[in-house]
Design a protein around this ligand. Sequence first.
Ligand code: ZN
Length: 307
Amino acid sequence: MTTEERDRRATRIAALGFDYGRQPKGSVGHCNLCGGSAFTGLTHVDRYGYSATAVGCGGCGLVFLDPVMTGEAYGQFYADTYRPLVSAYHGRVIDARSIQQEQREYARERGDLLAPYLAGHGYRTLLDIGGSTGVVARAIAQRFGLSATVVDPAPLETAEAHRLGIETIEGLVETVDFGDRCFDVVLLCQTVDHLLDIGGTLRRVRALLAPTGLLFVDIVDFRAAYLRNWSIEEAIKIDHPYYLTESTMVAYLRQAGFDVVRTDFAADHLHVSYVARPSQPASCSPSDEDVRALWREIRFVQNASQP
Ligand SMILES: [Zn+2]
C-alpha cells in the first residue's frame, strides 16, 4: 500500500468522527481463559490507527484488548459504527446488503465441511450466534432441513434476517434470555473473536446445545493474521476484543466441555474452523513453551524484515 493510499484511508476513518479514546472502557482484571492476571503489553495502536492496547496473558497466551469497551459501548458500536468503519478501512461499501454474496459463498464452503456431521442425524434446530443477515443460517438450515434462529446485536442486519423469514433475536448473546430452549446445532461463524466473554459464552452454548448436538466455530487465526501482513498492529482491530490461536481456541473448547472432531484451515488461509461435540469439561491450557514461542514470534515479526 502506498503512502497516498494510507493517507486516504486515514482520512476516510477520521471522517467517521468515531472517538475511540472517549468510549467507556473497563480494564481486564483476569484472563478470560486461564484466570491469570500477569499480562504483557504487545501493541498500542490498531489497524485503524486507534489507540488500542492489546495484551497477552503470561499464563496461557490469550491475546486481548485491555482496556476494552463496555458491552453497552460495543452494542452502540455495532449499531452505528462497525460496518462504516470496515468500509472506510477497505475503501468500499461493506453493509448488510453487500456482504450477502460473500456470506453465501461462506455458507457453501462451511456447509461442505459440516455435511458429514449434519446430514442424516435427525437434527431439527439451528442457532446462529452473531448470525448477521441470516444468509448463512438460511443456507445451512435449508441444506440440512433445520429451522433457524439468529441472534445478533446489529438491528440493520437482524432486519435483513427477519426479511428472510428467520426467527431473529436482537442483542448480544451474552445477555439474551433463551429461557429453557435447546438447539441441535449452534453456529459461531466469524463471531467468537467479537465476543466479550468467550468462556462464558461457550459454557452457555454448551448448556443450550442438545447432548448429541454439534457446534461449529471459526476463528481469525491471530498468527495467520500477523504473518500475512508481517505486522502485529495490522492484525489488531477494535472490533475484536480477542485474538485467538489454535492453542487458545482448543483450550477454550476443552474447558467448556467440547471435543473437537474436525479442524479445517479455511481456503482464505486466515480462518481456522472447528467442528465440536459436547463432552466433559477438561482442564486444558497452552503450555509455557507455547506461550514463550508466541511472544518470541511476535517480537520477531515486530523487528525483523518480512522474508
Ligand atoms: Zn490466560
